[in-house]
Design a binder for this molecule. Structure first.
Ligand code: DX5
Ligand code: ZN
Length: 225
């Protein structure tokens, strides 16, 4: 059976009580905490950066997974590491010297990831496999929570799985993941599921843990069939 990790995106949490939301999602069984950093340039929306991440770091011991949807990720890598993140994922579309950036992230002691938008090909990733801990397949166009999953992502996930074979690189999916879609992306080869609106639905630990369990249940059920 695949070991699937669930990484709730705090983009869909209640920002007015972020510390409580982090504690709640931790208790509810999140494996990683997914942090959607948006700059208003690479994506239309704006969220948060290192100071906010630092302020919530101590509310959970779970790995902090930073997804940088920014045009200039290289400028602040050290700040994200100092804020306490464990993984940094940059976008292929805006990182011209991806090889160098991935090296730098690892030098700083973090796991390194690359993300690709729905219209971005996987070409070139074959040269980076020994520098990657994670490949994040965007399954919506980045910028907003609550969008609809893009079906063509399934073939892309399969191609990535074929490319990495048994290498210890996680395949993460992000956008529009719910109980229906989760089994499909896992079957295609993903093993880390980001979910925002499907997890932060309801209020507090009890609701969040039900939502996480529902995702896990559907994934396991599909694997048995
Ligand atoms: C989209 C973000 C996602 C988003 C997912 O730009 O990268 O992490 O929060 O939210 P849902 O699960 O609601 O699509
Ligand atoms: Zn994300």
């Amino acid at each position: 059976m695949t070991d699937v990790l669930i990484a709730p995106s705090i983009l869909s949490s209640n920002f007015s009580c972020l510390a409580d939301e982090i504690k709640a999602i931790d208790k509810a069984g999140a494996d990683w905490i997914h942090l959607d950093v948006m700059d208003g340039h690479f994506v239309p929306n704006l969220t948060f950066g290192p100071p906010i991440i630092k302020s919530i770091r101590n509310y959970s011991k779970k790995p902090f997974d930073a997804h940088l949807m920014v045009t200039n990720p290289d400028d602040l890598l050290e700040e994200y590491v100092n804020a306490g993140v464990d993984m940094i994922t940059v976008h292929k579309e805006v990182t011209p010297h991806l090889d160098r950036t991935l090296n730098r992230i690892r030098e700083l002691g973090c796991k390194a990831g690359v993300s690709i938008n729905p219209a971005t090909s996987i070409s070139g990733l074959e040269f980076l496999l020994d520098k990657l801990d994670l490949i994040l397949v965007m399954t919506v166009n980045p910028g907003f929570g609550g969008q609809v999953f893009i079906e063509s992502s399934l073939n892309k996930i399969k191609s990535i799985k074929e490319l990495i074979k048994e290498k210890p690189i996680k395949i993460q999916v992000d956008g529009g993941i719910n109980k229906v879609v989760a089994p499909m992306v896992i079957e295609a080869g993903a093993n880390v599921v980001v979910a925002g609106s499907a997890v932060f639905n309801g209020d507090g630990v009890e609701s969040y843990s039900k939502n996480i369990e529902a995702l896990r249940y559907k994934i396991k059920k599909n694997e048995k069939n």
